[in-house]
Design a binder for this molecule. Structure first.
Ligand SMILES: [Zn+2]
Ligand SMILES: [Zn+2]
Length: 432
């Protein structure tokens, strides 16, 4: 039922074609269009690296639309599907209430189809990306969330998702964590965790992890092995140290710290200030969260030399590519070992991939491409967010992920500055 206090008009940050044109406009407040919809009053919305693809006009988009796919807020209106009568559907259809605090994964997912049930939530056939021509975005005072019962996370009801944290700690953590921190659960933290998880669990990483050569690494039995201790040192490169790259660094370190093998990570970015931030974040993490492996930040050319030296010319066990352009993916190919894995979570546009089939054949390289299923990754990301409030908790400063919280009026300049990598993660308080 609609709340009486809902205004007619609202402030929204809108993208206009063809490129580099962001306007702050007054537009009608969205209305329920489908019984499964929810209307969310946005408290904070973030600017993300993948917003830049549309901003720059690279995404082939022509339709004017509200930007932004990362938001946190409060439910102000629910469609008729919600309530105790809703049985046999995702839990939130029965339990979500007006007034609940919610965070949304950056894509809609129904939670009821084969794709969603399998955990591939970002590819739900009913899905859509917020802040795209298909669905108005969250950089607005209100946003319509389709299939909200399958999409949203209800932060007011932490029992509604699984966590490895004790219930009491989960509740306490939720009460103590700032919205600007919880907002990272919309995209950047799940995406960082997704990149690290795929790299650590890739079948091509198994010979090092298990100490048994390919293909014996897949099967129990035969204890003899040709793998030497020095072959088991895990070498990773992370390409791109923007906000998602930093989340990938923190997540990979957390996973590596929990296993016994020696490891070394080179975190790569051509921008010096980003490398400094990555090192400041690393320095802030306690020993339990980063283990005793090596972690260095380098420019592209230095990193190539380092990987060659570290691995005797063999290459990285796996490479995490967080940028999404041809030079980043070429670098990933150059750095990875034969029978290595490249995990790419950057959004790629034109031109084509910069390799031939022959090059891929010649290196037996595996690729894991694509969008993070943020809803499926949410519980893991939440647990890491709680554990790592030292780096995810604060705003501003060299060692924080969120750089600043600003009002919507500053959007045109903030987009321009983010495009030039002169600022880090920016968050809009849409009511400022
Ligand atoms: Zn994003
Ligand atoms: Zn689905």
């Amino acid at each position: 039922m609609p709340s009486d206090s809902m205004p007619e008009m609202m402030t929204a940050i809108r993208w206009h074609p063809p490129a580099f044109d962001i306007r702050v406009e007054s537009i009608p407040v969205p209305k329920i269009q489908d019984p499964d919809d929810a209307i969310v009053k946005v408290t904070l919305a973030a600017l993300c690296g993948s917003d830049l693809h549309v901003y720059r006009g690279h995404a082939g988009v022509e339709k004017i639309h509200t930007s932004g796919h990362e938001f946190i807020g409060e439910v102000v209106e629910l469609g008729s599907s919600y309530g105790a009568h809703s049985q046999g559907r995702p839990e939130l259809y029965a339990t979500l209430k007006v007034g609940d605090k919610v965070v949304s994964p950056f894509t809609v997912n129904c939670g009821e189809c084969n794709v969603c049930r399998m955990g591939y939530t970002c590819r739900c056939p009913l899905g859509a990306l917020f802040g795209s021509p298909a669905l108005e975005g969250g950089q607005a005072q209100y946003v319509r969330v389709p299939k909200a019962g399958g999409t949203l996370f209800n932060l007011s009801d932490p029992k509604s998702w699984h966590s490895t944290l004790p219930a009491e700690m989960k509740q306490k953590a939720l009460a103590g964590i700032a919205d600007s921190s919880l907002l990272m659960l919309a995209d950047i933290l799940p995406t960082g965790v997704f990149a690290a998880l795929q790299a650590m669990n890739h079948p091509k990483v198994l010979p090092a992890l298990s100490g048994r050569p390919w293909p014996a690494s897949f099967f129990p039995g035969d204890a003899s092995t040709t793998v030497l201790p020095e072959d088991r040192v895990l070498t990773f490169a992370i390409i791109g140290l923007g906000p998602v790259g930093l989340c990938a660094c923190v997540s990979l370190l957390d996973m590596l710290a929990a296993q016994p093998l020696p490891f070394q990570i080179v975190a790569i970015d051509p921008v010096e200030s980003r490398r400094e931030k990555a090192m400041a974040v690393y320095s802030k993490i306690d020993q339990a969260g980063k283990g005793s492996g090596k972690f260095i930040t380098q420019s592209i050319d230095d990193a190539k030399k380092t990987v060659a030296t570290w691995t005797g010319g063999v290459g990285c066990t796996a490479v995490l590519e967080i940028v999404g352009n041809t030079s980043a993916i070429s670098l990933a190919y150059d750095l990875v070992r034969p029978f290595g894995a490249i995990v790419s979570v950057g959004v790629h546009g034109e031109p084509q991939m910069p390799f031939t089939g022959r090059q891929l054949y010649n290196k037996n390289v595996s690729f894991d491409f694509g969008r993070c299923p943020a809803r499926a990754m949410f519980p893991m990301a939440f647990d890491l967010l709680v554990k790592r409030q030292d780096v995810f908790g604060e705003v501003g400063g060299l060692d924080s992920l969120v750089d600043r919280i600003i009002g919507p009026k500053e959007a045109p300049e903030i987009y321009a500055a983010f495009d030039k990598s002169t600022i880090g993660k920016a968050v809009f308080d849409m009511w400022k």
